[in-house]
Structures are given as C-alpha cells and as structure tokens.
Design a protein around this ligand. Structure first.
Ligand SMILES: *Cc1c(COP(=O)(O)O)cnc(C)c1O
Length: 387
C-alpha cells in the first residue's frame, strides 16, 4: 500500500545541481555559499544579521548564551513545542518554565503569560528570556508579548522553526521587530531544507558578533575583538568557550537553492490549507485560529477533534488514519510531560490547555508535493472515521 506522509521535502534537479557544484568547488566548509545564504535570508526577512548554523537547536543554544542565559536565570516557553525550545535553557545551565497555550491559536497565551509574569514579579522569579514558538507557522501575538518584555525586562528569542515566510502586522517573521534573536530551522520537514541546518537572525551588532564567535569555538580573527596584540599574520584568539556549530558549504548550497523556491513553497502550502478548510467543513473538529493581521507559513496543518461530537476516540481516529495509509502525526506531546521534565518537577495538570490540546490534535499531511487527489484521500479517510 502506498502511504501519504505527514511531511516531505521537495528536492528539485536544480537543488541537486547546486549541491554537486558545491562538492566540486574549492570549499566544502566555511565557503562563500554560507555568507550568500545568510545575506539572502536576512534580506528577505528584513533583518540586519544572519548566522547560519549546523541546525536550529544549535542556533537556539547560542541565542540563549548570547542573550545572557546561565545559572540562576530562567527561560520560559510554550509546552506545545519540540523539546529543543526548552532544552536550550538547560544547555546554558538555566532553568525552564512553561506558559500554557491559547486553545484557539495553539500558541503561547498572552493572558497566561501576563498572569504568570505578575506572580513571578511578586516572588522575584521573573524570566530572563521568553521563547515564543510560532506553532505550525502561525505568528504569536508578538506586539503584546513585546509590550510585556518592556514592562518586565525579559529578552525574547523567537523560535521560528516553523515560520520562515510567515507575516505579522506588515512585517516578516524574522525581522526581529519584537525580539533580540529569531531562530530558523532547515531540517528536512521544515519550509525549506538544507538537510540539517539552522540560522539565528538579529538586528543587534553585539549579538551578531557573539553568535558568530560562539559558532566557531569562540574564536575571532578580527583584531578589533582581540584582547592581546597579534603575534603575526597566523594569529587568532579564543575569547569565549564556543562550539563547532558551523553549517557546511554543501548544506548552504542546498539551502540557497531551496530558498530561491520559497515563494512557490509558501503559495502551495497556503493553497493546500485553504483547500483543507473547505473540504473539512462540517466535520466535528476545529482548525488553528488565524491572527487577523498575520499570514501563516503553514508548516503544519493540525485538526483538533471535538471529542463530545466524535463517535471514535482520538486514538482510534489516529490509528484509523494510519491504517488507511495516511501517516498522520501529533505535534506536540507537551514538553513538561516528558520523563526528563517530570524529573525536573513538572507533572500532569500543570498546563491544562496544552494537555487538552494533546488529547485532541492530529497533524494531517502538509507539504509542497501533496497532490490534490492525495489530499482528497486524507479527507475521505477522516470523514469515514468521523462519520
Ligand atoms: C525543528 C524544530 C527545532 C529544532 O530544529 P533542528 O534544526 O531540528 O535542530 C526547534 N524548535 C521547533 C519548534 C522545531 O520544530
């Protein structure tokens, strides 16, 4: 039986040729394509600086360090995300807290955030960093979150792993209007791919310099950043404890070639989302609420079953879809329910909206190459199960 995956990359002949040219060039790592990829993404997003990295998780880690996370500091994020959005705090020796989601947007709830901040101020436990996650490509309420960051003095690192190409209040996600750093992922299932890959975007020159150094062992070759006089033309200095989080030129070649197709990718995802919306009308489910002044990048297409009106359980519908060859998925298991996080003290009941969402959500197939007849199959299977 042929199956329909929930996500799938689209690698064209032109993408393959771009990678082949990189392989035959003088540069496999640290070559010109990395800077070219960074410039292209920065220009598109309308941000001053971009630093390409080995993956999005590495970009989150370094953004955390650059934003000052360390022992005694707190990072807050959404429980409805991939574990990496929270883990980056622990890499830095900081602690993690979560803010429950809004049941309609599936993003962090501004009301819950406001309430938690007021309580944290009382207890002297305010976060140093907030990581809003643009879930499924739908922008968070950044204007309101930005206002709260000014009032309570925390920094913002946007996790835009799902949201390259998303728009919010007349700007692009990635322009860092409301944040210090925005992080992208180019993992194979994301909007564009470089195999593995990620990027940190920022308007701040100081953060750009630290991110660039931290990406490559904390080493600088810029005399202006050195603490000692140069011994000679070979000289470089390690000024921080950095990492090897570099992207290769081979990956950048794929990323750049994919980036040139971004408009096509987004248009297709938006058309598929609009088509799902029409085809699913009347079924006992709801779909992600859209911000009136934003455009999603539609990384994911999630339906939430209306359990009271469904004959079958969430699990039966999920298994029934897979049995019919539709490889649905679930984004996300609330991070605080992971065994690792339970050992840190979190438990069931801590974030009821994220937990209720988890009991009802199913990610339907959503990717550039999804044919309309396959999308029809997906909807037919779902209709059968919900009939
Ligand atoms: C994919 C993803 C990441 C991590 O990106 P990688 O490139 O796989 O390291 C982080 N946060 C979210 C929300 C993601 O979906």
């Amino acid at each position: 039986m042929s199956t329909i995956p929930y996500a799938r990359q689209d690698v064209s002949d032109a993408d393959v040729e771009a990678v082949a040219r990189a392989l035959k060039s003088d540069w496999l790592t640290q070559g010109p394509r990395i800077a070219e990829f960074e410039r292209a993404v920065a220009q598109y997003c309308g941000v001053r600086h971009a630093v390409a990295m080995s993956n999005g998780t590495a970009a989150l880690h370094l953004a955390g360090i650059a934003a000052g996370l360390g022992p005694g500091k707190r990072l807050w994020t959404s429980p409805n995300t991939f574990v990496a959005s929270a883990n980056c705090a622990l890499y830095c020796g900081a602690t993690v807290g979560f803010v429950d989601i809004d049941p309609r947007s599936y993003n962090i709830s501004v009301a819950a955030l406001e309430e938690k901040l007021a309580a944290a101020k009382e207890h002297g436990s305010l976060p140093a960093v907030l990581v809003p996650v643009h879930f499924g490509g739908q922008p968070c309420e950044m204007r309101e979150i930005g206002g709260l960051s000014e009032r309570y003095g925390f920094r913002i690192i946007e996790d835009a792993s799902h949201a390259l190409g998303a728009e919010y209040r007349g700007g692009k996600i990635g322009d860092c209007t409301y944040s210090d750093v925005t992080v992208l992922s180019f993992h194979a299932v994301k909007i564009i791919t470089s195999g593995e890959g990620g990027m940190a975007l920022t308007n701040r020159d100081d953060l750009y310099r630290s991110l660039s150094r931290l990406r490559t062992h904390g080493i600088t070759r810029d005399p202006a950043e050195m603490e000692q006089p140069a011994d000679g033309p070979w000289y470089y200095e390690q000024t921080d404890l950095g990492y090897n989080y570099r992207m290769t030129d081979i990956q950048a070649a794929l990323g750049l070639s994919q980036f040139s197709r971004l408009g096509e990718f987004l248009a297709r995802r938006r058309a598929l989302a609009a088509r799902y919306e029409r085809l699913l009308a009347g079924l006992p489910l709801s779909t992600q609420g859209q911000h009136p002044d934003a455009q999603s990048a539609w990384h994911l297409y999630v339906v939430r079953l209306d359990s009271a009106r469904c004959r079958r359980s969430h699990r039966e519908v999920f298994e029934g879809m897979r049995a019919r060859g539709v490889m649905v998925n679930l984004h996300y298991i609330p991070v605080h329910l992971q065994p690792y996080y339970r050992k840190l003290g979190f438990s069931r009941g801590d974030f009821p909206q994220a937990e209720r969402y988890y009991a009802e959500a199913i990610s339907l197939p959503m990717y550039f190459g999804l044919a309309e007849r396959d999308q029809d199959e997906v909807v037919k299977a779902l209709r059968e199960l919900l009939a």
